[in-house]
Structure formats: C-alpha cells, structure tokens
Design a protein around this ligand. Structure first.
Ligand SMILES: Cc1ncc(COP(=O)(O)O)c(C=O)c1O
Length: 397
C-alpha cells in the first residue's frame, strides 16, 4: 500500500516533451492569437469531434463559455434561468452577468444533479432556459430534462465544465441540449491552466457563439464590423496547443479513472456511514472529475463532517468539502447603496428566503476526492478505503 505521507499522488497536470514542443511551435510561429493562428481552429475541430458535437468555439474559460452560451441564445435583462443550487458559482453568476436572474432548483441526493421533477414548478412566464450541470462528471438525467424543457419551451444549456468525455446513453454530453460549455481550468480533466469552449449541433447558434466571443464580429465579415454585443473571449494559441496534446492523453486517463473508480466503489460500499452515488445504466461514460460520497457521522462515533475531512487529509488522502448552496452567496443579495447586478426589469426574487433541503444537507455531508487520485495504481484505492476504515475504527475505540 502507498505510504501516502511520503509518496506523492499522481501530479496534476501531467505533461512531457510533447507539450514543450507544442508550446515552442506556437512561440516560434509568431502567431500567438487565435484569429491568425491555426491551433485554436484545430483544437475546436478536434474537441467537437471528441465530444460528438458539430460546432465548437474556444474561449478564455468556462465562466465566459456560459456567458457566451447565454448571449448566443439572446437571454438577457428580465429573463429568468433555472439552475441547480449545487454547483460552482459560474453556473449562476453567468446568468446575472447577462442581466437575467437565476432560479435555483434542488438536486437529487444520490446524483448531486438537478432534480428534473422540480423544474416544472420553478417555471414562470419569464423563464427562458435551464442550465444543467453534469456534476463531478456524472451526466444529469437528460431524458427527463429534455422532456420537461420541451414541454415548457425552455432552452437547454449543459454546463459540462466537469464532464469531458461523459456520455448519456452512448452520446457525449455538451450537444444534447442547445449549447454546452466546458472548462479547461487547472483542476479539470482536460486543462491548459485556464480555458473554455462552447459546443453545439446548431450552426446558427455556433455562429452566434463565435460572434459573442469575438467582440460581436461576423465570421468572414469586415474586421471592424460588430453586429451584436460581444466581448473578447478568445483563447490564445498557447492554450490551444497545450489542449491539443492534452486531448490525446484524455482517453487513456479517463479509462484509468473509470477502472479505479469502480474498484474504489467496490471497496467503500461495505463501509457503514459511507453512501455512494446511485448507479444508472443510462450513464455510459462518467468523467470522474471528482469521486464523491456522502458521510454519516453517526457511523463514525459522532465525528463531525469537518473533522472527518481533516482526519482523511491527515492520513495523506487529499479531499475536500464542496459547495455551499448557491443562493446563500452574497452576490445574490441586493445590498442597499450598492449597484446591483440585477436588471431592474426583472421580478424581485428574495433569495434569502430560499431553503432547498437536499442541497443544504448535501453541502454538509459530501466529500470530494480529486480526479488525480484515480490516476494512481489500482492498489492505491485500497489505501483510500483503509484510511477511511482506520478513521472509523479509531472512533469506535
Ligand atoms: C460546474 C462548473 N461550471 C463552471 C465552471 C467555470 O469554469 P472556469 O473556472 O474555467 O471559469 C466550473 C469550474 O470550476 C465548474 O466546475
């Protein structure tokens, strides 16, 4: 078993001479930005193929990708967008960013994804879209989401920031709805330090996304012709070159994560007080950006969630707690005397009064293990399970 305090877990990111030569290639080309360069165009094509989408627009980061997707769908002031309450802030802040208001919906306790049965009751006459997050790389229930969205005429954005290569019923996520977004931030399974991309199967939306990411230009139009509102969200050639080499490594890394996640699942499922996400045969590939489980202090002699995470860390197992319910974040409160991000045409939503019980519970008991642990040896999964058992036994003693 790994001596976790002495032998480091697989380093992330992984790179070698291929990334070095890709970066030097861009450096010496003198073409460092994507409008004149070729790396970004090629990366867009390769990632679109990888994800099973027809079009892709590379951009600065996953937060920008969400804003681009919203603007491409012409969502703005006075509109409302349904989002899960359990996610990274960008899922909801991007909605504020375009002047619309997020409507938070609770999640499922066994998937950490938006609960599709709660979407219909959140819809108002102002609701234009739903953003679904494939949390930790686990696809959300796209059958139920696409069905409820069609019934209520909602546009669907997939926030696939954590779900590179994830599949729902054999189809990769991203272009299952209208537009999908990905992040290439440093912790992600495919990364260039920062970066993002928008994908779609719809050519008109693809062109709209391109315009938003390129200061409102029209592709093949004049350089100083800006027909819609956009900003400079372009990815650099350096990022694209790194991502092209990293993309070649992704299938092998994903296979390893999947195999190790199955081993770890097997080892943890017998441990009282550890609840694993449910299995769903419709998920044909899970990116495992995170391996998550829920913790019940009662089975650990009353040791608190915070203490458990500290104890696991002390055993040399990198782990963390996760999000707080998004509606508790200060940015959603209208502070007197401060200009608000809210469009004044919007209805006043009092986020302080929200209470979404599943999300609130999950935020107090869910443990995240980062994806690079799943790149270790199969036997290292035993090390993780042994550390958890040791903490349990020490509580019982
Ligand atoms: C679910 C989710 N959405 C959006 C983002 C935003 O991506 P970025 O950090 O590249 O802006 C992230 C990244 O942390 C994320 O996890």
């Amino acid at each position: 078993m790994r001596d976790t305090l002495r032998v480091p877990w697989p380093l992330w990111p992984f790179f070698d001479a291929e990334e070095e030569s890709a970066l030097l290639g861009v450096l010496h080309s003198g073409k460092w930005w994507c409008v004149e360069g070729t790396e970004s165009r090629q990366f867009e094509e390769e990632f679109a193929v990888f994800q099973g989408a027809s079009y892709a627009v590379a951009c600065t980061n996953g937060t920008a990708a969400l804003e681009i997707a919203l603007r491409a769908l012409d969502i703005g002031c006075g509109d409302e967008v349904i989002v899960p309450a359990y996610s990274f802030i960008a899922t909801a802040s991007s909605v504020l960013g375009v002047g619309a208001a997020p409507l938070f919906v609770d999640i499922q306790p066994d998937t950490l994804n938006i609960d599709p049965t709660l979407i219909a009751s959140a819809v108002t006459p102002r609701t234009r879209a739903v953003i679904v997050v494939h949390m930790a790389g686990r696809p959300a229930d796209m059958d139920a989401i696409l069905e409820v969205a069609a019934r209520h005429n909602l546009l669907v954005i997939e926030d696939a920031a954590q779900a590179h290569g994830s599949e729902w019923r054999g189809r990769r996520v991203g272009a299952l709805g209208h537009l999908g977004t990905f992040s290439f931030q440093a912790s992600k399974n495919l990364n260039a330090g920062e970066g993002g991309i928008v994908v779609t199967d719809d050519e008109v939306l693809g062109e709209a996304a391109w315009s938003v990411a390129n200061v409102g230009r029209v592709r093949k139009g004049r350089r100083y012709e800006h027909s819609v509102y956009g900003s400079n969200f372009r990815m650099t050639e350096f990022q694209s070159a790194i991502l092209r080499t990293q993309l070649k490594r992704l299938p092998g890394q994903s296979a390893r994560r999947t195999a190790n996640a199955a081993v770890l699942r097997e080892l943890l499922q017998g441990i009282p007080g550890i609840a694993l996400p449910s299995l769903d045969p419709r998920i044909t590939a899970h990116a495992y950006h995170l391996f998550t489980f829920r913790y019940d202090p009662e089975a650990f002699g009353g040791r608190s969630y915070v203490d458990f995470i500290a104890a696991l860390g002390a055993e040399g197992i990198p782990c963390s707690d996760g999000y707080v319910p998004l509606y508790k974040e200060g940015m959603f409160y209208r502070t007197p005397g401060r200009k608000s991000a809210f469009c004044q045409a919007g209805r006043r939503i009092d986020y302080a009064k929200m209470h979404l019980p599943v999300c609130e519970q999950v935020c107090q008991d869910t443990v995240w293990l980062p994806q690079n642990l799943l790149l270790a040896e199969r036997s290292d999964m035993e090390t993780i399970a042994a550390a958890i058992l040791k903490i349990q036994q020490s509580a019982a003693a």
